[in-house]
Ligand binder design. Structure first.
Ligand code: ATP
Ligand code: MG
Length: 601
C-alpha cells in the first residue's frame, strides 16, 4: 500500500478525549476514529491489526477442533427470559442494548451469546454421539457500558471471540477447559504480549471455575495479586489471602466512650490509641433484587479491612431465594438521596453499631423491614472490640459477639485481599500486586443455561440430560489496544511483528530524487512479492515528517532510500531498538524476510 493513497491522517497533538498512551497513540497515528462514546471506526491500519489478531485466535481455536460459526447480533428477548437474564441485563445497571421492533417484539443486541448458542444446541444436538462439540465465532458485541473509556479497551461496540462447548460430563468439560487454557497461552504468546493467567470471578455469566488472561500494563483496569513462587495469581475481585493477625484488645470492660470527630477508622484508632485491627467497622449497602425489593445490608468487618464488592454481590445472589428473588440488580452504598427513600430517621453515619436497630427502616412494601447483617470472618474472630454506638461522636469498647452484640447469622468472606497479605497456600509468601488488562476469560459453566433453557441430549442409557457447558472469550479489539499499551515509547507505537499492520515501511526522503524513488519502488515491490508486508511512504512531505510518522505508526522495520544510496545501500531501522544499519540494496529483501520469519517463530 502507498501512503499517498491510503486513508492516513496523523495528529501532532494528543487528542483531548484520550487519557492513556495506547488510546492517544491509536488516535494520533490514524488507526481509529471516535464516532460516539465507546464507538469507534477501525481505519485501514487498525483493520489489518484486528484481522491479524483474529487470525491467530482462529488458528489456535481450529487447532483444538473447535468449529467457527457466525451467530446473529440481534437477539429475541424470549431466549433471555428463558435463561432468566433478561431483567439483569436490561434493568438498573444492566448493559444490554434492548429495544422494541416495529412488530412490538422486544429484541436486544448481543453482549454475549450463551442463550443463542444454547438454543441452537437444544435444536441440533440430540445424542451423546454428537458430543463433545465446541463452536466459536469472531463477532461484534454490544454492551452499554456504564463507563466506556480508554478507546477500544472498554467500548460499547467491540470485537470478541466467543466459544461455547457442550459435553456429557464435567470431566469432558474439564478436558476442553484445559485445551482452552493451552490454546489461550499459545494465542497470547504468539501475539508477542507479556501476560499472566489468573483465577477469576465468574460474575453474571455464572458457573464454577474460571480463569482470566491478563496483559500486564500499568494502565490496566484490573489488579492482580500473585506470589513470587508462581503458585498463586488471582484477580483482586476473586483473590483470597490470610489477613495479618489482629492486635489483642486491651479494652476489657464494655463501655461507651466520648469520641468526638472520629467518623473514620483512622481518626478513631488515633484517638483511642488502638490498632484498627481491634475495631469492628459497619458498612451499609443497598441491594436491589430482581423482584424490585430493596434490602439494606449491614456488613461488619475488621477495621483495617475493606469490603470486596464482587464477593459481597456473590453472597447477596446466594441469599436471593430467602427474599423470594433469584438475582441481584444493583448494589450501591446509599447516598443521602437514596437514604431519604427508606431511612425513617437520620442514620448515625460514621458511628453505626452492628446492632443498628431495624426501626431505621421505614415500613414499605418495596423495602425489606430488617437489615441483612453479614459478619466478615475477620470481625467474627475479634473479642473486646471497639465499634460504633449508633450515636454520633460516641463509640463502645470491650464489646463481644454473643454478649453485647448478637452474633449475625451469616459469617462470610467478603474481605478484599491486598498486597502484603500472606498467601493461603504458603503463609511465608506475600501477595504482590500488578496491573493487568483482561484480554481473555474461560469459564466452566456447568448446566446453568442448559437446565434453565431445557437444552438436553439423550445419553447412552436413553435418558434426557442437560448439556454440561463451558464458554471462552477473547477481547480481540481490546487485545489490539493492550498490545500498544504494553509496547510503545515516547515517539509512538512499537507493534510486535505478529500483529503489526505491516512488517516494513519503505520511506522515500525526497520524492523529487529519481534514484530514491526508483530504488524504493523496486524494494517495495520485491519485499511484498517475498511476503514481507510493506508500505511505501511516497507522500510529498518533508523527510522529517515521514520519519516521525513512521515512528508513530510503529511498523517494525523502516527502510530509507537516502544518503547511503551512493554506496549501493539503504538505511534499515528497527522500530523497537531504533538500531540502524546500512544494508546493500540487494540484501534487503532476504534480510527483512529473515527478520520477519525469526520474529514469528
Ligand atoms: P470486564 O470485566 O472488563 O468488563 P467482562 O468480564 O465483562 O469484562 P467477558 O464477558 O469475560 O467480559 O468478555 C470476554 C472478553 O471480552 C473480556 O475478557 C474482554 O477482553 C472483552 N471485553 C469485555 N467487555 C469489553 C468492552 N466493553 N470493550 C472491549 N472488550 C471487552
Ligand atoms: Mg470477564
Amino acid at each position: 500500500m502507498r501512503l499517498s493513497q491510503m486513508l492516513f491522517v496523523t495528529l501532532r497533538e494528543d487528542p483531548a478525549e484520550a487519557e492513556i498512551p495506547s488510546h492517544k497513540l491509536l488516535l494520533r497515528a490514524g488507526y481509529i476514529r471516535r464516532i460516539a462514546s465507546g464507538v469507534y471506526g477501525y481505519l485501514p491500519l487498525m483493520w489489518r491489526v484486528l484481522q491479524k489478531v483474529s487470525q491467530i485466535v482462529r488458528e489456535e481455536m481450529n487447532a483444538t477442533g473447535a468449529q467457527e460459526v457466525l451467530l446473529p447480533a440481534l437477539q429475541p428477548s424470549e431466549l433471555w427470559k428463558e435463561s432468566g437474564r433478561w431483567d439483569t441485563y436490561t434493568q438498573a445497571e444492566g448493559i444490554m442494548f434492548a429495544f422494541t421492533d416495529r412488530q412490538k417484539r422486544e429484541v436486544s443486541l448481543g453482549p454475549t451469546h450463551e442463550e443463542v448458542i444454547t438454543a441452537i444446541a437444544r435444536d441440533m444436538i440430540r445424542s451423546y454421539r454428537q458430543l463433545p462439540m465446541h463452536l466459536y465465532q469472531i463477532q461484534t458485541k454490544f454492551r452499554d457500558e456504564i463507563r466506556p473509556r480508554f478507546g477500544l479497551m472498554r467500548g460499547r461496540e467491540f470485537i470478541m471471540k466467543d466459544g461455547y462447548s457442550f459435553h456429557t460430563s464435567e470431566e469432558s468439560l474439564k478436558e476442553t477447559y484445559r485445551d482452552m487454557d493451552r490454546a489461550y497461552r499459545n494465542m497470547f504468546t504468539r501475539t508477542g504480549l507479556k501476560f499472566r493467567p489468573v483465577d477469576a470471578d465468574s460474575g453474571a455469566i455464572g458457573g464454577s471455575g474460571s480463569q482470566e488472561f491478563m496483559v500486564l500494563a500499568e494502565a490496566g483496569e484490573d489488579e492482580i495479586l500473585f506470589t513470587e513462587d508462581e503458585q498463586y495469581s488471582a484477580n483482586t475481585e476473586k483473590a483470597v489471602s490470610l489477613p495479618m493477625d489482629a492486635v489483642p484488645s486491651s479494652f476489657t470492660t464494655f463501655e461507651t466512650l466520648d469520641t468526638p470527630n472520629t467518623p473514620t477508622i483512622g481518626t478513631l484508632a488515633a484517638l483511642l490509641k488502638c490498632s484498627p485491627t481491634q475495631i469492628v467497622k459497619n458498612v451499609l449497602y443497598q441491594a436491589v433484587y430482581d423482584t424490585g425489593l430493596t434490602v439494606l445490608v449491614l456488613v461488619s468487618i475488621r477495621g483495617d479491612q475493606d469490603v470486596n464488592e464482587v464477593k459481597l454481590t456473590n453472597e447477596l445472589v446466594r441469599v436471593a431465594p430467602q427474599f423470594g428473588a433469584s438475582t441481584l440488580l444493583a448494589l450501591t452504598v446509599p447516598d443521602a438521596e437514596a437514604q431519604k427513600k427508606w431511612a425513617a430517621k437520620p442514620l448515625p453515619l460514621g458511628y453505626i453499631s452492628p446492632g443498628l436497630e431495624d426501626d431505621y427502616i421505614v415500613s414499605s412494601k418495596s423495602v425489606h423491614p430488617k437489615f441483612l447483617r453479614l459478619l466478615d470472618q475477620t470481625a467474627a474472630e475479634l473479642t473486646n472490640f471497639v465499634t460504633g454506638s449508633n450515636e454520633s461522636g460516641f463509640h463502645t469498647v470491650g464489646g463481644n459477639w454473643g454478649a453485647e452484640f448478637p452474633k449475625p447469622e451469616r459469617i462470610v468472606d467478603v474481605r478484599k485481599a491486598r498486597p502484603g497479605d500472606r498467601a493461603v497456600h504458603d503463609p511465608s509468601q506475600e501477595l504482590k500486586s500488578a496491573r493487568g488488562i483482561e484480554v481473555g476469560h474461560i469459564f466452566q459453566l456447568g448446566t446453568k443455561y442448559s437446565t434453565r433453557m431445557g437444552a438436553t441430549y439423550t445419553n447412552e442409557q436413553g435418558e434426557e440430560k442437560p448439556f454440561v457447558m463451558g464458554c471462552y472469550g477473547v477481547g480481540v479489539s481490546r487485545l489490539a489496544q493492550a498490545a500498544v499499551e504494553q509496547n510503545h515509547d515516547k515517539d509512538g507505537i512499537i507493534w510486535p511483528v505478529a500483529i503489526a499492520p505491516y512488517h516494513a515501511i519503505v520511506v522515500i526522503p525526497n520524492i523529487s530524487d529519481a534514484t530514491q524513488v526508483s530504488t524504493a519502488e523496486t524494494l517495495y515491490a520485491d519485499l511484498n512479492a517475498a511476503g514481507v508486508e510493506t508500505l511505501l511512504d511516497d507522500r510529498d512531505e518533508r523527510a522529517g515528517v515521514k520519519f516521525k510518522d513512521a515512528e508513530l505508526v510503529g511498523i517494525p522495520y523502516r527502510v530509507v532510500t537516502g544518503r547511503s544510496l551512493k554506496d549501493g545501500k539503504v538505511e534499515v531501522v528497527q522500530r523497537a531498538s531504533k538500531a540502524s544499519q546500512d544494508i546493500p540494496i540487494e540484501d534487503v529483501v532476504t534480510t527483512l524476510k529473515q527478520w520477519v520469519t525469526d520474529a514469528l517463530q
